[in-house]
Design a protein. Sequence first.
Length: 350
Amino acid sequence: MKKIVSVLLCVMMIAVLAAGCGSSDAGSGGKSDSSKTKDTGDDKTANPEEYQVVMIVKQSDSWFDDMTTGVEQLKKDTGLNVSVQVPETGDAASQISIMEDLIAQGVDAICIVPNDPDALVPTIEKAKESGIVVVTHEAPGIAENVDLDVEAFVNEEFGKLFGEKLAKSMDGKGQYAGFVGGLTMETHMAWYKAAIEYIKENYPDMECVTEEPYEDGNSVDGAHDKTLEILKAYPDIKGLFDCSAHGGGICEALQEKNKTDDVSVVSLALPSMSATYLEDGSMKAGLAWRPADAGYATCYAAYLLASGQKVETGTDLKITGYEDIQVKDGVAYGNAPLEFSADNINDYKF
């Protein structure tokens, strides 16, 4: 009899345990692990409102004001919790300080346009170790250190446009020189080198007067003052090109010295900053991509990665020029170059 009672008790215990397991499944709604939300720490939901993405720009100026416009539009379009932070000074130290704060806050993704990409690598690695997605813009050289770099185009091809526009405006002859915002600015240097190489291969009667580009410090005043130095050192110079968006400073210096008819200028340019110079002929051509669109695409890519989605060749980043990106070696390339002249500059409103 005792044996029978023991067996019955064991059967009852097994039944209770089985019922308990069943009630646990019922309480979770019968959902599998794949249905868990971001907050549970397992698989992620794709709801943009649940992700905090922060874009760190290079500095405060018209170019990055427009980029902020694009980021704000992304927030309106998708509901993504995305914002922009502007460094107090245009250098790596200020950007690193912001990154450290964001790492401490535990944001989901950091986007950044580096002033000095290599200097940011240790902090980028720290962010990634903390589980934060890092996406750069204008920094393909450190693509292996980030989750993705987003570019408006292949930089070497864009750089050739500077050389092509300058050479045509100079009739393929004479001395010339180039500017970058700073020697540590990777994309500026890539464009500069591609322009120099293009001219060297195609226009043997053109001579670059320096081995290194001049630095304008990403400012109109810097471009203006450096141009005055160049005119003094090379009075016969016939062309100048600027890979930062401050070629207006070059034009102002040439106007002061009555040299606008003698020296051709090609520059990275925003319409709002350069229309006057293109219209009066002191700038022969402007080149750019829309900062707003680049900011939009970069932050959207960061959201996709943070939410466990893929960014690969053919991915649509939901903005003009980035609808069908090409991804190679950790860099997502759009097709978004813009060329400005006196004839079309008023067609653009940024």
